[in-house]
Design a protein around this ligand. Structure first.
Ligand SMILES: [Zn+2]
Length: 157
């Protein structure tokens, strides 16, 4: 895959000789630099390609939603396994809930990894499609967490 940045200090310095641009780290105006380092904060600078059409908030919302659901089901699953090992809780309800937690955690982890890997395809979609996909991931995550709670209420407590 091609890079998003160009490691060419001369090209960068030529651009900065003609344009006022802000350091991406501290915001200092780095026009007319003599070397590709911000004089204010010392950050190294390079050229990179950007797009005003890049919108990452739907992708982040979907990933955070999946991560929260995964965190919940995985933690509940671990607590159930510890309880079963310690002999505090037993019975098919406890084991079933632990299996449900493991299965939903595996599904959410797989979706999290698949979505992160397919991020370029996700980002190339139009806004409405991104919004729908993100909403779908969040709702699936909420459904898994809600199912976990219902499983605990019905079969364990
Ligand atoms: Zn700076």
């Amino acid at each position: 895959m091609p890079a998003h940045q160009v490691d060419d200090p001369e090209l960068l310095l030529a651009l900065l000789a003609q344009h006022s641009l802000a350091c991406p780290v501290c915001g200092y105006d780095v026009r007319s630099l003599k070397r590709p380092v911000c004089p204010e904060c010392g950050s190294r600078l390079h050229l990179s390609l950007g797009s005003p059409d890049l919108r990452i908030h739907h992708l982040i919302a979907g990933l955070v939603g999946l991560a929260l659901g995964l965190g919940f089901t995985a933690n509940v699953g671990l607590m159930l396994v510890v309880q079963i090992i310690r002999g505090v809780g037993s019975g098919s309800g406890m084991t079933g809930a632990a299996i449900y937690a493991a299965a939903t955690s595996a599904i959410l982890l797989t979706l999290l990894i698949a979505t992160a890997r397919a991020r370029h395809r996700f980002l190339s979609w139009r806004g409405n499609r991104q919004r729908l996909a993100s909403l779908g991931l969040i709702l699936l995550s909420i459904a898994c967490a809600f199912g976990m709670i219902m499983f605990l209420v019905i079969s364990v407590f």
